[in-house]
Design a protein around this ligand. Structure first.
Ligand code: COA
Ligand code: AMP
Length: 628
């Protein structure tokens, strides 16, 4: 079937289309229902199906002849470790970890927080939760204690699994002080902390609370899979919203497994046995979907890389990994290649490696800027594909589906909506815009399998954030347009979310941190363009009258405050003390206007502005802060 035929089949009869795809996974009870409404009126996929995600990712492959195939290639340039873990070995370790969880009282529906670096034990912990029907919530290692605490409070886990440290190039990030601080801050009662000891940071256990990973792996009996309803949550992944409180995106088991298994063939064109490398982190959705679940559901080998695109040890690191492990598909963020390009503009690092194995390079996390696309195309001999997605969906919304039909690409476009997604562009009144006109990018209901059914214990926020603006449509939060040929161009967020080095962050949350400083009267945080990271946050602050401290002191304090509150991942390194901010006559800060100025996108000064002259001041100030 062509792309168009597949797209139309999914649009015209989603139930039949997805029930057909459900056969890609193995069910304990095969679903008869594709899509059904739950009590809250949300569509739920495969509601009467029963299955287990871990069984589909491991057990059935071992049973069906993949026992000795590599499931994971672990490669850690920061420690020098390299390890091949077969499907049989991974299953054995996951069974024991699940046994440990069971012994500690974790069962179906219980939550487990995983705060770990990129080590195999993190993947084992995730799969062990899935095996028992427990719900994992992985927290990215670059977040500080208060961020971990917020997630602990919201998820209320029975257990926390961590390691003694992560390693950032050559800087050891000691996790235990962060974990201890978070456990002090949280309202949640966590019964046990499992700690993986790494040689770079020694273990100092708290006797009552902590257990080593080694003893954890021995305390229980190997656990079998618990069959769960397709609609049971597999995980919660917190992502930035527009306020200080992150959104707990819930992912179900059945729809997720079906959509991900299908995406491996339809979007990425890989087969069982192929090597797939998502150069992301398990703390982000890309890591959940394409380091852990999708490659294993497909019977592929996944690469788990604990390193950076540059400096571990050099700008050829990605090429080395592709060549060493014969990677067929690489998935990364454009910012990673901008970092490589900066250090090795001529791409001379490629010369030492054989990249013939590489069939496609997929990019996401931010728009693939045409200069980076052009640079990559001049260096490597395979399709370079931009595809657009979000934590909320778990897989791509738009892209070039290589396994269905390779569409003619257009630079700057994420190509076309993938089967299952009906994208429309609406104006502020909710009316469809003609081709070529920019507006809010929305997805018509029903959303396909894997998309979030709710936010963890906050269904009202789910409705308010995604569905109340345009009833019948899911609000993506991105702006963009569809051109005359049906190609989608995503132009950036229309809310207070920014993308920094492929990481999604909330300027609203950062404003709360800045506003908490005693000397700050009012503030705004906006994302300005950055040649490497895409966007970086810049704080604009107005000081309280009579504050006698040097500007540089305040700036340093705010930068440190942000590191302590959100974490180094915020990349908050620039604060500008200004005399005033643009406001309406009623005193509301004009954040969307500031955003447009920072982005360099055209805007019409609102008629309600107090003093239009301030806009020129802001343009001058922000121009100094952006590197284009
Ligand atoms: N644990 C602890 N700290 C972390 C961390 C982690 N897992 N990840 C990042 N940090 C820290 C960094 O060490 C850095 O700290 P510093 O301020 O002390 O230098 C800070 O957070 C900012 O990190 P980052 O934004 O990643 O900047 P960088 O300069 O270290 O690296 C890139 C720049 C482009 C190389 C890097 O951001 C990168 O590889 N990006 C790709 C991201 C990606 O794959 N995203 C997934 C979407 S598909
Ligand atoms: P996250 O939920 O962290 O995956 O971030 C999702 C957001 O990243 C989207 O809403 C977009 O703003 C942005 N994004 C991801 N992929 C792309 C892409 N290919 N093109 C443009 N923006 C993207």
């Amino acid at each position: 079937m062509s792309y168009l035929e597949t797209y139309q089949a999914a649009r015209d009869n989603p139930a039949e289309f997805w029930l057909g795809r459900a056969a890609l996974i193995e069910w304990s009870v095969v679903p008869s229902l594709a899509i059904a409404e739950d009590a809250a009126g949300n569509e739920r996929w495969f509601a009467d199906g029963v299955m287990n995600t871990c069984f589909n990712a491991l057990d059935r492959h071992v049973r069906d002849g993949r026992a000795q195939q590599a499931a994971i290639y672990y490669d850690s340039p920061v420690t020098g470790a390299q390890e091949t873990i077969t499907y049989a070995d991974l299953l054995d370790r996951v069974e024991r970890a699940a046994g440990g969880l069971q012994h500690l009282g974790v069962g179906r529906g219980d939550r487990v927080i995983i705060y770990m670096p990129m080590v195999p034990e993190a993947v084992i912990a995730m799969l062990a939760c899935a095996r028992l029907g427990a719900i994992h919530s992985v927290v990215f290692g670059g977040f500080a204690a208060p961020e971990l605490a917020v997630r602990l409070t919201d998820a209320a886990p029975k257990l926390l699994i961590t390691a003694t440290c992560g390693i950032e190039v050559d800087r050891v990030v000691h996790y235990m002080p962060i974990v201890d601080a978070a456990l002090e801050l949280t309202e949640a009662t966590v019964n046990h902390v499992i700690v993986l000891e790494r040689p770079e940071s020694p273990l100092a256990l708290k006797a009552e609370r902590d257990l080593t990973w080694r003893s954890f792996m021995q305390i229980g009996e190997p656990a079998v899979c618990t069959p769960v309803a397709a609609t049971d949550p597999l995980y919660i992944l917190y992502t930035s919203g527009t306020t200080g409180k992150p959104k707990g995106v819930v992912r179900d088991n059945g729809g997720h497994a079906v959509a991900l298994a299908w995406s491996m063939s339809a979007v990425y064109d890989v087969k069982p046995g192929d090597v797939f490398w998502a150069a992301s982190d398990i703390g982000w959705v890309v890591g959940h979907s394409y380091i852990v679940y999708a490659p294993l559901l497909m019977g592929c080998t996944t690469v788990l890389y604990e390193g950076k695109p540059v400096k571990t040890p050099d700008a050829a690191a990605f090429w080395r990994v592709v060549s060493d492990y014969r990677v067929r598909v690489l998935f990364a963020a454009p910012t990673a290649f901008r970092a490589i390009r900066k250090e090795d503009p001529a791409g001379s690092g490629l010369a030492d490696y054989d990249l013939e194995c590489l069939q496609a390079l997929f990019l996401a996390g931010e728009r693939l800027d045409p200069p980076t696309l052009g640079w990559l195309e001049s260096l490597i001999d395979c399709p370079v594909i931009d595809h657009w997605w979000q934590t909320e969906t778990g897989w791509a919304i738009a892209g070039n589906p290589l396994g269905i039909e390779r569409l003619e690409p257009k630079p700057g476009s994420a190509t076309k909506p993938l089967p299952g997604y009906q994208i429309e562009i609406l104006n502020p009144e909710g009316l469809p815009l003609p081709r070529g006109e920019q507006g809010a990018v929305v997805i018509k209901r029903p959303l396909p399998p894997s998309c979030l059914p709710t936010l963890w214990r906050d269904h009202d926020r789910f409705e308010a954030a995604y569905f109340n603006t345009f009833p019948g449509y899911y609000l993506t939060g991105d702006g963009g347009y569809v051109d005359a040929d049906g190609y989608l161009f995503i132009m950036g967020r229309t809310d207070d979310v920014i993308n920094v080095a492929g990481h999604r962050l909330s300027t609203g949350e950062m404003e709360e941190v800045v506003a908490a400083h005693a000397a700050v009267a009012e503030c705004a945080v906006v994302g300005v363009r950055d040649g490497l990271k895409g966007q970086v946050p810049v704080g604009l602050v107005v000081l309280k009258d009579g504050v006698e401290v040097a500007k540089t002191t305040i700036e340093d304090e705010l930068i440190q405050q942000m590191r302590a509150a959100i974490g180094p991942v915020a990349s908050f390194r620039r604060v500008l003390v200004v005399n005033r901010l643009p406001k309406t006559r009623s005193g509301k800060i004009l954040r969307s206007t500031l955003r447009a100025i920072a982005d360099g996108t055209p805007y019409a000064p609102p008629s309600t502005i107090e003093d239009p002259a301030v806009l020129d001041e802001m343009t001058a100030v922000l121009a100094q802060s952006s590197s284009r």
